[in-house]
Design a protein around this ligand. Sequence first.
Ligand code: KG4
Ligand code: ZN
Length: 351
Amino acid sequence: MLVLAIETSCDETALAIVRYDRGNSGSIGPIEVIAERVSSQVPVHQQYGGVVPEIAAREHLRVLPVLLDEVLDEAGLSLQELSGIAVTQGPGLKGALLMGFSFAKGLASAIGLPLIGVNHLEGHLLSPLIRGSALRFPFLGLIVSGGHTELIEVAAPGTYRLVCRTTDDAAGEAFDKAAALLGFPYPGGAALSRAAERAAGGRHSLPRVMLERPGLSFSGLKTAVALLVRKEFDPTDQQGVSELAHAVETAIVEVLVRKTLEARKERGLPMVAVAGGVAANRALRAQLARAVGEPGATLFFAEKEYCSDNAVMIALVGAWRLAEGERLGPRASVYSRWPLEEMVPPTRTTW
Ligand code: KG4
Ligand code: ZN
């Protein structure tokens, strides 16, 4: 089947056309990516130091038809040749979600195509399966993105049990807020990480919040960085910036690795899969590999190009759910909040 996928939950407008062959196993993925586009709004929001929801929605509306023409052109397909449309239904910014959702709904009803709504987090969680992988269910999923950080027991496709999630800032948010304090433009996570790699050593030690207690939190880290910056920070001292960046990265990575190890042991899950924007972080990848095991054997990562927001991960989940016979009803709308543990597997869906 040929599926068009649309993602507009935050500040990336992304479209993809993929081919999925369900085969006999009924498993998720692999999918063949025929065409894809990601248009980032980062330059638009950077001047405000974060995503402005109103502007994000308007940008999605402006870019969606352009990207649709481009992916159809590249795939050499017309809309009529598609088998279905998958669109991010939540969680995310309501106005941003509504742009992609209404666009997809309009297309589907005009052409008479089946439509499926996809949970953005389910897209991230299963993104290590995009190109096919030795990853098997059940596994422990670690989603580390700008908006969400959570450990999920993935019992089977569509059956998710929450292990823990951050009570405040997500890991990406913690990276970005610390990066802003150090003077990096939004979103500064990747830049902070590059600076951390240049550090000669670590002078600072930052708090590892909740390391000895259940749960996940990063807000104490931001406060500690803010205090340090106020006390003794010189933005022109490159080495000083790198050392502080190194301390931030070390603290975030250590908490993520420890919590992942604990969850894996507690739930008795042999495999771990890591996804979301922060999964691109090199220190996190290296430390997890050291703690959990060989990448590709017991430890799996989303490919770097599919760590950050994209439509291919939406296509992966959408194609599988469409093939299972799931469809969106005519009165469906978006959910700004949509926890993974509240999802139902497609075979149990009623509409
Ligand atoms: O998954 P994503 O693209 O968007 C959300 O769904 O939130 O994640 C974006 C987040 C941002 O906070 C960004 O700074 C962070 O991922 N990020 C990184 C790195 N690359 C992206 N954080 C640390 N190290 C990186 N290499
Ligand atoms: Zn995301």
